[in-house]
Design a protein around this ligand. Structure first.
Ligand SMILES: [Ca+2]
Ligand SMILES: [Ca+2]
Length: 204
């Protein structure tokens, strides 16, 4: 009888530990679950996937006040691949093919609701993407003017653009046009280098 009591006690302790483990979900676990529903995971035909494949893949994530900015994609939705570079204020998002339903693979969660970055931007839910600068998994977020793609705007970026304009050396392999077209006139010119220099001068 004593053994049984001990067994029940140990069992109860194990169960309570498991319960605590389940309750203590990380933001990442929470987002994975929420994005599984968002992507329609329960309705999707997943029979072709290996059983151990992750269904929702999360990239980077940053919390800003009551909002979360993050990148994510569902493995069964990655078919329609197309490179995309989109400008959001002073930032540019580049993604190499995470398209549905967010072209950039980026999302915003506010008050428990999930929005694509585009939806959130167009509805004024997010007005500054700079907290996400430095995102590098799946979706990459650069400040406009960061021609050498090191996630910060410096005089080196202006120099790189000047050299490119003068054709003194070929474009770097990871050149992203939209990041370098600072004045957004559809061309990368010496004016963009000047705009970067002015921007740095204002900050200093
Ligand atoms: Ca830079
Ligand atoms: Ca330009």
């Amino acid at each position: 009888m004593k053994k049984l009591a001990t067994f029940v006690l140990v069992l109860a302790m194990i169960l309570s530990t498991v319960a605590v483990g389940v309750n203590a979900t990380t933001l990442e676990e929470e987002l994975s679950t929420q994005m599984f529903d968002y992507f329609g995971g329960n309705e999707a035909d997943l029979s072709y996937l290996p059983s151990d494949a992750p269904l929702v893949v999360l990239g980077d994530c940053v919390e800003v006040d009551d909002m979360v900015i993050f990148s994510a994609y569902a493995v069964w939705m990655g078919a329609d691949c197309a490179e995309v570079a989109e400008r959001y204020g002073d930032c540019c998002v580049w993604a190499g093919g995470i398209t549905y339903p967010s072209h950039t693979g980026m999302f915003v969660r506010k008050d428990g609701e999930i929005y694509t970055l585009k939806e959130a931007w167009e509805n004024g839910i997010i007005i500054d993407l700079s907290p996400a600068v430095g995102f590098s998994e799946y979706a990459q977020v650069y400040p406009i003017g960061d021609a050498d793609l090191d996630y910060e705007v410096s005089v080196l970026d202006a120099t790189l653009i000047q050299m490119e304009v003068a054709k003194m050396r070929p474009l770097g392999q990871h050149w992203i046009f939209e990041v370098s077209d600072v004045d957004d006139d559809g061309d990368v010119s010496v004016l963009d280098a000047t705009a970067i220099q002015l921007k740095i001068a204002r900050i200093e």
